[in-house]
Design a protein around this ligand. Structure first.
Ligand code: UDP
Ligand code: MG
Length: 311
C-alpha cells in the first residue's frame, strides 16, 4: 500500500505540535490513508523538538528532525523532502492554517494519477492590510514574470515521489518551493482551501523578513530585475538623446544658460538609477557567491523516530 509523508515545517511551535499531530492523524486515519508525519523543527528554541520526540515515542508514524539553528521555512521544506520516504509527499503548516481535511482531497487526486496537487487559497485569511498589500505587489510582479497567478498559491502541496526526486536533483541552494513545482511541470491539478486562523502562537514573519523573502525569491527564481536594468538603460539613452539634441540646439541658438533645475534633476535621477542598478547587480553577484560556496541548505542536529535508523 502506498504511503503519504506529511512534512510539517515548525519553528517555535510548542503550542501547536501536539494538536496538529493529532488532527492530521485523525483526519488521515479516518480516510484510511497510510501516512507518516515528519516534523522539521527549524532550529526551534522552545520545546518544539522535545514534544516531537515524545510524540514519536508513542506513535511510530511520527518522526522529526531538528536543525542546528533557524535556516528558514524553505530549508525546512527541502529537508523534509530529503528525509521523506513516502510514495507521495505533502507539505503543510504547523499552525493548521492549512486545513488537514484538504490533505485527503489531495491524496485522492494523487491516487487518480495527478503528480502535483497545488493548494490554492480560496481567500486569504485575516491578515493585516499592510501585509496584504505587500503580498499583492510581490505576487503581482512574480505572476507577470512567471505567467501564472501566484497570489493564491501556497506551500501547501502534495507531490508524487517523481516530483520530489526532480526537485531534490536541482543543484541550487536558494530555492522557491512555491514556484518550483510550477516550473517542474508534471501532471498537475489544484484544490482550493480556506486559510484558517493560526491555532496558537504568533506568525513568524516580520515586515523586514517578508521584504527579504520577496527579494530573495524573486532573484533566486528569475533574472528579470537584471533585464529591467538594461531596459532602464535604454530608456535613459533615448531620453538623453532628446535632451542632448535640445541642449545643442539651444547652444547654437545662443539661448542656453538657465537650466540649472534640469541639471540637478538629471543628476539625481541618473544617480538614483545607477545606484539601483548596481544594487540589483550586486545582489545577483552575492547570490552567485552564495551558490559557489556550496554550503549545505541546512544542518541537522537531532533526529527522532524511524528516520533515525534510515540515515
Ligand atoms: N516556519 C519555519 N521556519 C521559519 C518560519 C516559519 O519552519 O523560519 C514555519 C512555521 O512554523 C509554520 C510555517 O512555517 O509552520 C508558516 O509560518 P507562519 O505561520 O509563521 O507564517 P504565515 O502563516 O503567517 O505566513
Ligand atoms: Mg501561519
Amino acid at each position: 500500500m502506498s504511503r503519504l509523508t506529511v512534512i510539517i515545517p515548525s519553528f517555535n511551535e510548542e503550542d501547536n505540535i501536539e494538536n496538529t499531530a493529532k488532527e492530521i492523524s485523525s483526519v488521515l486515519d479516518e480516510a484510511g490513508v497510510d501516512f507518516d508525519l515528519l516534523f522539521v523543527s527549524d532550529g526551534s528554541t522552545d520545546k518544539t523538538f522535545e514534544m516531537i520526540e515524545t510524540l514519536s515515542k508513542a506513535d511510530k508514524r511520527i518522526g522529526g528532525i531538528q536543525f542546528s539553528r533557524n535556516f528558514g521555512k524553505e530549508a525546512a521544506i527541502f529537508a523534509g523532502l530529503d528525509y521523506a520516504t513516502g510514495d507521495c509527499v505533502a507539505v503543510i503548516d504547523c499552525d493548521l492554517q492549512h486545513p488537514p481535511k484538504t490533505l485527503v482531497e489531495m491524496y485522492r487526486l494523487w491516487e487518480e494519477g495527478y503528480e502535483v496537487v497545488e493548494g490554492i487559497k480560496s481567500k486569504r485569511g485575516k491578515e493585516n492590510p499592510f501585509y496584504l498589500l505587500f503580498t499583492k505587489i510581490f505576487y503581482g510582479i512574480m505572476s507577470s514574470l512567471m505567467k501564472l497567478n501566484m497570489n493564491k498559491t501556497s506551500d501547501f502541496k502534495l507531490l508524487d515521489r517523481k516530483v520530489v526526486n526532480a526537485l531534490l536533483d536541482l543543484p541550487e541552494r536558494n530555492t522557491f518551493f512555491r514556484a518550483l513545482t510550477f516550473w517542474a511541470g508534471f501532471k498537475s491539478t489544484s484544490v482550493t482551501f480556506d486559510v484558517e486562523q493560526r491555532r496558537a502562537g504568533k506568525s513568524k514573519w516580520s515586515f523586514s523578513g517578508l521584504v527579504k523573502y520577496a527579494i530573495s525569491n524573486t532573484t533566486s527564481f528569475t533574472t528579470a530585475p537584471l533585464k529591467f536594468v538594461f531596459i532602464l538603460g535604454i530608456i535613459f539613452m533615448l531620453f538623453s538623446f532628446v535632451l542632448g539634441v535640445e541642449t545643442l540646439v539651444n547652444y547654437f541658438l545662443h539661448i542656453a544658460a538657465d537650466g540649472f533645475t534640469t541639471v540637478i534633476l538629471l543628476i539625481l535621477i541618473v544617480g538614483g538609477c545607477i545606484n539601483i542598478s548596481l544594487g540589483i547587480m550586486g545582489h545577483y553577484i552575492s547570490r552567485i557567491y552564495e551558490e559557489v560556496k556550496g554550503r549545505p541548505r541546512y544542518i541537522v542536529s537531532k533526529i527522532t523516530g524511524e528516520k533515525e535508523s534510515e540515515k
